[in-house]
Design a binder for this molecule. Structure first.
Ligand code: ADP
Ligand code: MG
Length: 537
């Protein structure tokens, strides 16, 4: 860029430097955390989200709240992405991540005001985090299966759905996770291989697991059998439709005969495809696109039961459970492309025909969500997502840590004593880090209507006096009393807590590194930071 242009660009921006930038960023983070902190824990309040069109959604799920919020500020967006990353890799702990990041940032601001340089804070935070993670792993222990694993999942769902629904959803999630646990693949398996199907009506505890694919569709020809005890299946990523006369084809339609000839050729092609499928002994045909009327009768005459307009994801699930390959061109199918289904049935649920297809291979499922209103079904679905995510990961790593603020209270104590061995300014950063961790027990206490300071002092004292198992003493938010978290089954998966701590630390550090932010002057979201900073000083 030439100098003149450069100068113009600079004139067009306000430059926020150092502390001012940090103040601004911390404010954004604190505002965002303020929006979700009241949902933390089993006694957290529900939030009602209202969109511009007046549509509303009541939820207790932190990530839903902030992902729905229209947030423009770059730091707030960074926090949202930290919480989304938590959601992606651990499926839980999103609210904690936002609340902890905002607290870490706020404490850094105090340090900056005391004259400590951000790079010193960063270095102290990194050491404190390393120590926290290793202590976290030391405290963790394996949960026994299935009782404690169930407790962990119930802890995940606490406050989100009623206890009876939570235990129902936990059972479904654990069973589903068990079926998928044998499979190779990454963490997404639990999303890709489980279809979520909403069916109106019924009670939410009627939600159920189908080991196979269930879909709100019926066969194209009611003359073909309603159910089947199994057979061969072909899956086509395409359709069986008449070829269309397209403008681009530039066929000169000079006489009606040309059109008829075209139509006949297209029918002959369809017939060839159907005959080919029939020669392969296909019993069940599933296609992604449409099937023309002519093809429907040809297929039925050949004894092939057919379904059309399946989505790609459903084709993949079917392919997984039947071993059929998804092919594009039916006329080129070979015997090896076919799979085997073990049953197919149609039934009417809530007035809509649903088809269930099962296969002999494992690895894909459908969860049917029932409930009278879309809100109820969606809340069950979100809870199931958390429960399923946690169950699936727990089968791979079953280590747990105490919930109810116990582990954070313990880590805070641990880091304070670790900090003593590190004299100098970084020690202050480590102490600030320890204090930030306590935001979790404090917020859990607040949301349970208790005095956060009393609760923290009480927990800390109880933990200190129990030399062996102090770390397991936390707050039971339901009774408001301190208790052994393992005895009450208030347990969090290690991966949720550890990912939340490292994600929050990372997000905080990246904000601390921005000490020079350029704001476009035209940007209406630029806050009046200068005046406020002047007043504070
Ligand atoms: P997040 O999005 O961070 O998972 P939640 O609203 O799910 O937020 O709250 C999780 C926190 O609530 C965890 O720290 C967990 O230990 C705590 N918690 C769950 N059940 C209880 C309980 N009965 N008493 C106290 N704390 C609990
Ligand atoms: Mg949670």
């Amino acid at each position: 860029m030439v100098q003149a242009e450069h100068d113009v660009a600079i004139q067009d921006t306000d430059r926020l430097e150092g502390r001012a930038a940090l103040v601004n960023n911390v404010k954004a983070a604190v505002a965002l955390a303020g929006a979700v902190r009241s949902t933390l824990g089993p006694r957290g309040l529900d939030k009602m989200l209202v969109d511009a069109d007046g549509g509303s959604l009541v939820t207790n799920d932190g990530v839903t709240v902030i992902e729905t919020a229209k947030v423009e500020h770059p730091t707030a967006r960074l926090l949202i992405s930290a919480s989304s990353s938590q959601d992606k890799s651990a499926r839980d702990g999103t609210t904690s991540t936002v609340v902890l990041t905002a607290e870490l940032l706020q404490n850094s601001l105090e340090l900056v005001r005391m004259g400590i340089h951000p790079s010193t804070i960063i270095s102290g935070y990194i050491q404190a985090e390393r120590e926290a993670i290793s202590e976290l792993e030391r405290i963790s222990r394996r949960a026994n299966y299935p009782d404690e694993v169930k407790s962990v999942i119930s802890t995940t769902l606490a406050g989100k759905v009623s206890t009876s629904l939570a235990s129902h959803i936990t059972d479904i999630a654990l069973e589903a996770a068990g079926i998928l646990s044998e499979e190779e693949g990454s963490d997404d398996l639990e999303r890709l291989r489980v279809k979520r199907l909403e069916v109106g009506g019924g009670s939410s505890t009627d939600s159920s697991l189908v080991n196979g694919l269930m879909i709100a569709k019926s066969r194209v020809d009611m003359g073909t059998p309603e159910a089947s005890g199994g057979g061969t299946i072909a899956i086509i990523d395409g359709g069986l439709e008449n070829a269309k006369l397209e403008m681009e084809a530039e066929i000169e339609v000079s006489s009606p005969g040309v059109l008829r000839g075209f139509h006949e050729r297209s029918l002959a092609k369809l017939k060839k495809s159907v005959d080919h499928l029939s020669s392969l002994d296909v019993d069940l045909l599933i296609v992604r696109d449409g099937i023309s009327e002519e093809a429907i009768s040809m297929l039925s005459d050949s004894g092939i039961t057919t379904y059309r307009r399946f989505e790609r994801g459903d084709l993949e699930i079917l392919s997984r459970i039947t071993g059929a390959r998804i092919i594009r061109d039916p006329s080129r199918a070979s015997g090896e492309d076919l799979g085997v289904f073990t049953s197919r049935k149609e039934e009417s649920i809530a007035g809509v025909t649903h088809t269930t297809i099962k296969g002999s291979e494992m690895g894909a499922l459908t969860v049917v969500f029932r409930g009278t209103s879309p809100q109820i079904r969606e809340e069950s679905m979100r809870s199931f997502d958390d429960a399923m995510g946690v169950s699936f990961r727990m089968l791979r790593d079953s280590r747990v840590v105490p919930g109810g603020g116990a582990i954070q209270t313990h880590l805070a104590r641990h880091i304070r004593s670790f900090a003593l061995g590190n004299p100098g300014r970084e020690q202050l950063a480590m102490e600030a880090y320890a204090a930030a961790l306590e935001v979790i027990p404090r917020t859990l206490a607040e949301n349970a209507g208790l005095d956060p300071i009393d609760v923290l002092l009480d927990l800390s004292a109880a933990q200190t006096s129990d030399r062996d198992d102090g770390a397991w003493i936390g707050l039971d938010a339901m009774t408001g009393k301190k208790a052994r978290m393992d005895q009450l089954g208030i347990l969090d998966p290690l991966f949720v807590t550890s990912h939340s701590i490292s994600g929050s630390t990372e997000a905080t550090i990246s904000v601390l590194r921005i000490n020079d932010v350029l704001w476009a002057k035209q940007d209406p979201t630029t806050p009046d930071w200068k005046d406020e900073e002047d007043q504070e000083d």
